[in-house]
Design a protein around this ligand. Structure first.
Ligand code: HSE
Length: 437
């Protein structure tokens, strides 16, 4: 039985997807059932790396999502609009969705999955997180039998590439970002990557699967890497850590979950510490399984297309078996395949950052006058912030640098202590505050 698909977008991922579908030898046998019916592009005249019959290609994306012969829409446009509206229209017209669009799913997942469940269709998103790494399907199935305690990811290749180069070469963030842009490892507008927003979208998706509840994207705290200096990288190294942009989703007290993205001092012997360059990795911790780490290429045409096509195979398998879509529409809550559909419709309660406990590294720039270390110690102490180590490490110009590492402390106590420290005459600035794993 042939399954006709429409593809929205023929950029990097769309092209990679077509390339797999045009070269089937040695791949999953179910791919033979897939026929590309239409491909939607912004510009017909743009040169392409794949050959498609001109009749297949159109700029009328709406005609694809309403085409009665198409059963699956592959959305690889990226961005919020028109992707969101096209997905919703396709769902209204009874089409299953395969998407790589983490921004749309993280922000509009509620609307999209509710519409999909009502329409009796599936929304598949393996490509939205971790590029080619299979992580969505394992979280829904094999890993999901565990009580998941924590998901910790390096899930943004651009920032991992920049931090890796800062670690290896010792350069400053701005210089390495500029070079990464020249080499094509960072976008011309790098905001979503370097500010941690892309990783925020992705960890929101992983958290919703790991903890079986929708996640309000606005409650995901995101801090990026632009304030990390070469000095921080060097101190981390001396203290036996590396700095990584970690995306963390974990269960905390009272059944709430904390979902956040921030640069983190990671011990050099921690599983994620050696994940370098553009690679991604996701460490999943659950009971009784323990730790599982998934590692691989987090972006790129072939890798992301592999994830897209894996979703196509899963859908073709379901379409070729019973029940039919008509059965599903008549009884949506029971007839959707429970391993592929979104089965939760509540939001997870989320813990604010201020309720957590963390250990912090702080770098102070201060006057080289007597008593500064004593004043810092007093401020921290009066807010119940216990210090693990405090060292004056040297000078930057005429300013002394003092580095403090705290024990695990309450985030709100730590913030109060810092607010007081900022008022001290001897403190010129606080260039870095980084959490320690
Ligand atoms: N911009 C992303 C990254 C790739 O740097 O990892 C697509 O998700």
């Amino acid at each position: 039985m042939v399954v006709k698909i429409g593809i929205l977008g023929l950029g990097t991922v769309g092209t990679g997807t077509v390339q797999i579908l045009q070269d089937l030898v040695g791949r999953h046998h179910l791919l033979q059932a897939i026929e590309i019916q239409r491909v939607g592009v912004r510009s017909i005249d743009k040169p392409r790396a794949v050959e498609l019959h001109p009749d297949l290609v159109t700029t009328d994306l709406h005609s694809i999502v309403t085409d009665p012969e198409i059963e699956i829409i592959v959305e690889v446009l990226g961005g919020i609009e028109p992707a969101r509206s096209l997905i919703l229209t396709a769902i209204e017209h009874g089409k299953h969705i395969v998407t790589a669009n983490k921004a749309v799913i993280a922000r509009f997942g509620d609307e999209i999955f509710t519409a999909a469940n009502q329409a009796g269709v599936y929304v598949m998103l393996e490509a939205a997180v971790g590029g080619g790494i299979p992580v969505i399907q394992p979280l829904k199935q094999s890993l999901g039998v565990n009580r998941i305690q924590r998901v910790t990811g390096i899930i943004n290749g651009t920032t991992n590439y920049i931090l890796t180069r800062m670690t290896v070469e010792g350069g400053e963030f701005a210089d390495i970002l500029a070079d990464a842009q020249k080499l094509g490892y960072a976008e011309a507008d790098p905001t979503a990557d370097v500010d941690g927003l892309d990783a925020g979208d992705k960890i929101a998706i992983l958290a919703s699967l790991a903890f079986g509840g929708r996640i309000k994207r606005d409650n995901v705290n995101c801090e990026g890497i632009s304030k990390i200096g070469a000095a921080d990288i060097a101190y981390a190294d001396k203290l036996n850590f590396v700095i990584k942009l970690l995306a963390i989703a974990e269960r905390v007290e009272d059944g709430a979950v904390s979902v956040r993205v921030h640069p983190t001092f990671v011990p050099k012997d921690y599983p994620l510490a050696t994940v370098n360059g553009v690679y991604n990795a996701i460490l999943i911790e659950g009971e009784p399984l323990g730790q599982v780490m998934l590692f691989g290429p987090g972006a790129g045409a072939g890798a992301t297309a592999s994830a897209v096509v894996s979703d196509l195979v899963a859908l073709v398998g379901v379409i070729q078996s019973k029940p039919s879509r008509e059965d599903v529409v008549n009884s949506p809550n029971t007839a959707l395949h429970p391993l592929l559909s979104c089965s939760h419709d509540r939001y997870s309660p989320m813990a604010p950052l201020s309720s957590l406990r963390s250990s912090f590294y702080v770098r102070f720039s201060c006057m080289d006058v007597p008593g500064v270390i004593g004043e810092l110690g007093t401020c921290f102490g009066s807010h119940h912030v216990s210090i693990e180590s405090i060292v004056q490490t040297g000078f930057q110009g005429d300013r002394a640098e003092i580095v403090v590492v705290t024990h695990d402390v309450s985030e709100s106590d730590f913030s109060s202590a810092l607010a007081e420290i900022k008022q001290l005459d001897a403190i010129a600035s606080i260039p870095s505050i980084i959490r320690v794993l």
